[in-house]
Design a protein around this ligand. Structure first.
Ligand SMILES: Cc1cc2nc3c(=O)[nH]c(=O)nc-3n(C[C@H](O)[C@H](O)[C@H](O)COP(=O)(O)O)c2cc1C
Ligand SMILES: CCCCCCC(=O)C(=O)O
Length: 384
């Protein structure tokens, strides 16, 4: 395995280049955890390839004076609508772990979502932050522990809670099984230290009868209760259909992330970008809708915003950049993606993020995924 780089060579020009560089620097079993998807990885690949079915529509000779990618979300001012998705165990990718990612996020004006399963204490990460951090929560079998975790995040200065609801059970991790992945003893979910595990009976029943331990899985009431226990904005992550978006709104959430968990939970789900329009339609502007899954180019950010996302999150590319060159790599990867976004905005005639709309996409491609009778108003307004 190669060591991390201390500079960025010119051969690394895109997020895809980071994937190739990272593969040479991560132990194969850890790679299977950090990069794989569930089952046959159809959804994971679909997340990326679906973007290429949305051709962009250019506009020319439009003024770009004062152009900007800046935005604001849940009281956080951000340099761009690109955020760092929560991913577990950054120390599997680089010895500095989340500490390096937090540093890079601050240096680039990017909000980072720290995972419940971070490999470093959430308080230490907050102390190192120079920009906004949000904390991702899995509602744990021990609900009191979950509330205490939310309180710790609030006390440490995290600006929002991202509650992930799409992984009540681990996905079918065939790649991890084949590679024999196990967490090394020195890399642990340290923020879960002291948590009580579900009762032994349920664990034994699961072993004997093959039923998953779902007795303690979160339900909508739990989300409502967490809402009542924290002042932080709650953003629910892992919404994939309009019915669940509506239920989330009824629980009083402040934002929604459309996500299929990077294709790591249920292989066979559609690409995230294909799930987005129906959720946006259901939410109808009540709260911001974000999305993640498969964003690899600035063009993809424009496509997601064109379909109604207010911002996007990136997962694996951050881990690839971290493994390749630590904090420097992550900061560079974010800069590369942002520069691509600026280029795509200039060529689609969008001076600000508010200018991005469905008119940035060719109408014929939209008919596939926009199930509403609105395609007629797509491209006709010359001012848009
Ligand atoms: C190695 C890895 C670990 C992840 N850990 C978490 C996690 O702890 N919490 C969570 O909500 N999502 C987790 N995710 C899902 C990401 O937040 C995100 O939804 C997904 O990676 C986006 O897709 P992308 O990797 O194609 O950008 C993880 C993803 C990966 C690849
Ligand atoms: C029961 C699901 C645990 C998954 C923890 C980390 C994660 O989200 C991921 O690996 O993906």
């Amino acid at each position: 395995m190669l060591p991390p780089l201390d500079h960025i060579p010119r051969e690394i020009a895109s997020l895809g280049d980071y994937e190739a560089a990272a593969r040479q620097r991560i132990d194969p079993a850890a790679w299977a955890y950090l990069n794989a998807g569930a089952g046959d990885e159809w959804t994971m690949h679909e997340n990326v390839s679906a973007f290429s079915r949305l051709p962009l529509r250019t506009r020319v000779l439009r003024s770009m004076q004062g152009a900007s990618t800046a935005t604001s979300l849940f009281g956080c001012t951000l340099d761009s609508p690109i955020l760092i998705a929560p991913t577990a165990y950054h120390r599997l990718a680089h010895p500095d772990g989340e500490q390096a990612t937090v540093l890079a996020a601050g240096a680039t004006g990017t909000a980072m979502v720290v995972s419940t399963q971070a490999s470093l204490p959430l308080e230490d990460l907050a102390a190192a932050a120079a920009g906004p951090l949000w904390f991702q929560i899995y509602i744990q079998p021990d609900r009191d522990f979950t509330s205490a975790l939310a309180e710790r995040a609030e006390a440490a200065g995290y600006r929002a809670l991202v509650v992930t609801v799409d992984a009540p059970v681990n996905g079918l991790r065939n790649a991890e099984a084949r590679a024999g992945f196990a967490l090394p003893p020195d890399i642990r979910p340290v923020n879960l230290n002291g948590m009580r595990m579900p009762d032994q009976d349920a664990a034994i029943r699961a072993l004997l009868f093959g039923t998953p331990v779902l007795d303690h899985a979160a339900i909508w009431d739990d989300l409502g209760q967490l809402r009542a226990r924290t002042r932080l904005p709650i953003i629910v992550k892992g919404i994939a259909c309009p019915e669940d978006a509506t239920l989330a709104l009824q629980c009083g959430v402040d934002g929604i992330i459309v996500s299929n968990h990077g294709g790591r939970v249920l292989d066979g789900m559609p690409a995230s970008i294909d799930l987005l329009p129906a959720v946006v339609e259901a939410v109808n502007g009540w709260v911001p809708v974000l999305m993640d899954g498969g964003i690899r180019r600035g063009n993809d950010v424009v496509r997601a915003l064109a379909l109604g996302a207010q911002a996007v999150l990136i997962g694996r590319p951050i881990l690839h950049a971290l493994a390749t060159a630590g904090a420097l790599g992550v900061a560079h990867a974010i800069r590369v993606l942002r520069a691509e976004l600026e280029l795509a905005m200039a060529l689609t005639g969008c001076r600000t993020l508010e200018d991005i709309g469905r008119h940035c996409l060719h109408g014929s491609s939209l008919a596939q995924i926009w199930p509403f009778d609105r395609t007629d108003d797509l491209c006709l307004d010359p001012e848009r």
